[in-house]
Design a protein around this ligand. Sequence first.
Ligand SMILES: O=C[C@H](O)[C@H](O)[C@H](O)COP(=O)(O)O
Length: 236
Amino acid sequence: MAGMKRTGGGETAKRHAGERAAEAIDDGDVVGLGTGSTAAHAIRALGRRVDAGLDVTGVATSFQSRELAREVGVPLTTLDEAGNVDIAIDGADQFDQETGALIKGGGAAHAREKVVDASADRFLVVADPTKVARGLDASVPIEVLPAARRPVGTEIDALGGEPTLRRAERKDGPVVTDNGNLVLDCAFGALANPGALAADLASIPGVVAHGLFVDLADAVLVGTDEDVERYDYAAE
Ligand SMILES: O=C[C@H](O)[C@H](O)[C@H](O)COP(=O)(O)O
């Protein structure tokens, strides 16, 4: 698969990935509903399967995925009520095709996404070809308690990162997450050891969640304009 020429970074590619992921849902499943434009295609496709008689419940990872699930008729539950997630479908901002490690949080939803994705028996990532990488080098979004923004920034600095407060596009001020927190986008350059960096970031007081998802994805479905390529990272 690696090295194949892929076309697509637009909606068709994302739709192909999302629709293929929705086909993996079985009757009775509790489904983690990811956030973002690619996961949205999976939620819409799942809504069509529910219309056709599939019996599932969804656990939303954000305000946005909850709203979309309601709109397309996917019944909702919570982690408290369901206790277990059978399968989660979620997008990614970048993934390392060798290891399946991900960077997420472009939509500032990664804190809840990580809770849901990590508690799922199977975690399917949906992506378009622009997300495929050899190694990881994108900025790592870090959700922080508002009061901890400066001390966390200092720690990021010490780890060799450059933190930038994420600002809202249509509001004067910062992006505020669904949990009422801020996001620091942290540029580290190429990540030599994402697992070690993930552990370092998680240990900083005031960090709610970082966007490194290491050893979580079971498979990544990369939609192209023509088809879907599948990368597997764990025995299913
Ligand atoms: O916070 C947002 C999520 O991690 C998204 O899953 C990620 O940003 C990918 O989104 P998209 O499919 O729109 O590129």
